[in-house]
Write a protein that binds this ligand. Structure first.
Ligand SMILES: [Fe+2]
Ligand SMILES: [Fe+2]
Length: 159
């Protein structure tokens, strides 16, 4: 089915955001693993997998709309040097993603593409979950102190 060209371009921009997020989360996840923060490693790895699903769903939709998925474009990566920096950078990326998905949903509505609207809403809900996770980590770091927070992230630390 031939899709709206402007919408396909926007879906490709979202795809670049997702591919960037996959890489940023993977690097952060592996840095946490290297420091022995197993719980953070797993939590961030799970988010990388979520972003992979988003990229997959966008690629499916772009192909269905007879567009060409642009998979070789990445945005600048923002790798944190500390756990707090990582979580803060990831939260900023999620806030930007939430804005971008809301804008794209508005456009999909305008061009009467309800199935794309539904897909984008499903992804948006997950991005809100990611943003909320990052906010919780920052709250915990602020309330219990960085050292206590990080102690809870090691293998065998109580849940
Ligand atoms: Fe995503
Ligand atoms: Fe996300």
């Amino acid at each position: 089915m031939k899709g709206n060209e402007k919408l396909i371009n926007v879906l490709n921009q979202l795809l670049a955001d997702e591919l960037t997020a996959i890489n940023q989360y993977m690097v952060h996840s592996e840095m946490c693993d290297n420091w022995g923060y197993s719980k953070l490693h797993k939590a961030i790895e799970k988010q990388a997998f979520d972003e992979m699903h988003h990229a997959e769903w966008l690629i499916q939709r772009i192909i269905f709309l007879e567009g060409t998925p642009a998979v070789s474009k990445l945005n600048p990566m923002r790798i944190g040097k500390t756990v707090l920096e990582m979580v803060s950078n990831d939260q900023e990326a999620e806030v930007a993603a939430i804005r971008a998905y809301n804008d794209a949903i508005r456009l999909a509505h305008e061009v009467d593409d309800q199935v794309t609207v539904d897909l984008l809403i499903d992804i948006l809900k997950m991005e809100e979950g990611h943003e909320d996770w990052a906010e919780k980590q920052r709250d915990q770091i602020e309330q219990m102190g960085l050292q206590n927070y990080l102690t809870n992230q090691t293998e065998g630390a109580s849940d």
